[in-house]
Design a protein around this ligand. Structure first.
Ligand SMILES: [Zn+2]
Length: 83
């Protein structure tokens, strides 16, 4: 995966989350220095403001398993027998 600027940087596009989407290398190369409409490559999804949870996730260490369900990294399994 690559990061593609919806409005290319050379044409004034910023590095903001509103202007960045994930894109495979082949499509990124094909789109080149064009806007999606010019390249006839409409966005599959509109960019979405990142959630703080995505930021916090990167600091969770492998052994900190108790945090993982609360950061939606794995399902929360409640042990009903001990409750
Ligand atoms: Zn692609």
């Amino acid at each position: 995966m690559t990061l593609d600027h919806i409005l290319p940087k050379e044409r004034g596009g910023s590095d903001s989350w509103e202007n960045l989407v994930a894109c495979c290398q082949e499509c990124n190369r094909k789109k080149g220095n064009r806007r999606p409409v010019e390249a006839k490559m409409p966005l599959i999804r509109r960019p979405k403001k990142p959630n703080r949870i995505y930021y916090i996730r990167q600091f969770v260490k492998r052994e900190q398993t108790a945090w993982r369900p609360y950061l939606y990294m794995e399902p929360l399994v409640l042990d009903r027998a001990s409750a």
